[in-house]
Design a protein around this ligand. Structure first.
Ligand code: SIN
Length: 487
């Protein structure tokens, strides 16, 4: 039944990929993948373990040597070929994504294009890995810096963007000369396996991309963080898990890139264009049913425009149609699991018990599927869990502020520091506030801030390292100083 929805059914893989071979688990274990729109099992996938991960790391290490005998132009052309194949298969990849992740088809297609843009970008950046000649302290020496691949990369990716979070790690790794062992989220392994199949078809050599589908997260994590051949770990996921992985990598002093949790504020000043602010908050809040790390988590609105903003946002939210992401009528899909939907309900219940008010939504949908109603909740304060915790669901909590200083203090009152958004027409205020916000990314009068050309990443407990942009290769390169004497 799943296969009938795809033009190219051979994109649907159910085994792991090690050294160019599709493999079952040594112990013949499998796990099920579910459609969050109806709870039905849509695939059964090999559940690989520590031994298979070790073999993948060893294969990746060998593959890297061969990869780096190629010219950058050859590497670039292979990445470009992968990009072309991903785009040629956009419909099928989007269908697979909607079935395993739940997001509506239009969003899945958008994510496939977004994910592909990282491959295209890093295919080009592969040609721009420059060194440096430095001034020398003596006449008989020359000092230089060369950049070299860091080594085998372990990558652990989340379920909320089953395609783009993978390409934005693998593409720069390959461009820099590194091979990858990927552990995709157990909820969404099919998108990862389809991407790997297309990489194989593109001619990316065996062993450069290895995929370990698995439910045994700790065992795989221990291999990727502890194996001496892995030189770098890149992770997108929760701050809690990121801290565990960072502690484990300390044993072998690996480089890490961590894209962790967010608690993004949207600051709406009373000099803002309210139409733009409402639309921006709507987009930032409800993308992927509220399941992104840069989703608007706290909407802070000046008291002079609070009532109008709440009314207008609520009117817009009324138009969402919850449903199966493959149905044309749906504009918002389910959450990833029942557990996730129940967690969102608990956060809303906590706020309501402490005096907040709903203007729309607020409940789990009855019936099959893990749907939570698009929700707007007002009159929040700092005692409520919604002020501190990442919601990861379609709930827009609206707080009130009086002064610029108060808004900035509220925005910064969190251990997270990924993305923040500001709406104001005052140029000086936009500079002042952007500079004082303790975040890795700030959108002024704009919430659609992501692209392959910008450095995506956070500060504080939202992580370290940047993905995308001209800076995105640095995380996969070592800098080596070479001193030439006796000149
Ligand atoms: C994320 O949620 O971490 C990714 C969002 C994006 O790339 O826009």
């Amino acid at each position: 039944m799943f296969e009938q929805k795809l033009t190219d059914q051979s994109l649907l893989k159910s085994k792991g990929l090690i050294n160019g071979e599709w493999v079952s688990a040594d112990a013949h274990k499998t796990f099920d993948v579910f459609n969050p729109a109806n709870g039905e099992c849509i695939a059964t996938v090999a559940d690989l373990g520590a031994a298979e991960t070790k073999r993948a790391i060893e294969a990746a290490n060998v593959a890297m040597t061969d990869w780096n005998t190629r010219t950058v132009k050859e590497k670039s052309a292979l990445l470009r070929q992968w990009f072309d194949l991903v785009m040629a298969n956009q419909e099928d990849l989007a269908t697979i994504m909607t079935l395993e992740q739940g997001k509506v088809l239009a969003e899945s297609k958008g994510e496939v294009a977004y994910g592909a843009s990282y491959i295209e970008w890093f295919a080009e950046e592969a040609k721009r890995i420059y060194g440096d000649i430095l001034p020398s302290t003596t006449q008989d020496r020359r000092s230089m810096v060369i950049k070299q691949p860091i080594g085998v990369v372990g990558a652990i990716t989340p379920w909320n963007f089953p395609n783009a979070m993978i390409t934005r790690k693998i593409a720069p790794a390959l461009a820099a000369g590194c091979s990858v062992v990927l552990k995709p989220a157990a909820e969404t392994p099919l998108s990862a396996l389809a991407l790997a199949e297309l990489a194989q078809r593109a001619g990316i050599p065996k062993g450069m991309i290895n995929v370990i589908p698995s439910k045994q997260s700790s065992e795989i994590g221990e291999q990727l963080t502890g194996h001496p051949l892995v030189k770098k770990l890149t992770f997108t996921g929760s701050t809690r898990v990121g801290k565990i992985l960072m502690a484990q990598t300390a044993q072998t002093v690996k480089r890490t890139s961590m894209e962790l949790g967010g608690n993004a504020p949207v600051l709406v000043f009373d000099d803002a264009d309210i139409d733009k602010a409402v639309q921006g908050a709507l987009m930032a809040k409800f993308r992927n049913a509220g399941q992104t790390c840069i989703c608007a988590n706290r909407i802070l609105v000046h008291s002079n425009i609070y009532e109008e903003f709440v009314r207008r946002l609520t009117e817009k939210v009324e138009h969402f149609v919850l449903g199966d992401g493959l149905a044309d009528s749906s504009t918002m899909g389910p959450l990833i699991t029942r557990h996730a939907a129940e967690g969102v309900a608990e956060l809303v219940a906590d706020a309501l018990a402490k005096g907040a008010q709903l203007t729309i939504g607020g409940a789990l949908n009855k019936g099959t599927g893990f749907f939570f109603q698009p929700t707007v909740i007002r009159d929040l304060d700092q005692t409520m869990r919604l002020a501190k915790e990442e919601v990861f669901g379609p709930v827009a909590p609206i707080f009130k502020f009086e002064t610029e200083d108060e808004a900035i203090a509220m925005a910064n009152d969190t251990e997270f520091g990924l993305a923040a958004y500001v709406f104001t027409k005052d140029q000086s205020r936009s500079w002042r506030v952007s500079e004082r916000l303790e975040y890795g990314m700030v959108g002024v009068n704009e919430t659609a801030i992501s692209s392959e050309m910008i450095p995506f990443g956070g500060v504080k407990e939202s992580g370290q390292g940047r993905e995308g942009s001209k800076y995105g290769l640095d995380d996969y390169l070592e800098m080596k100083y070479v001193c030439l004497g006796d000149i």
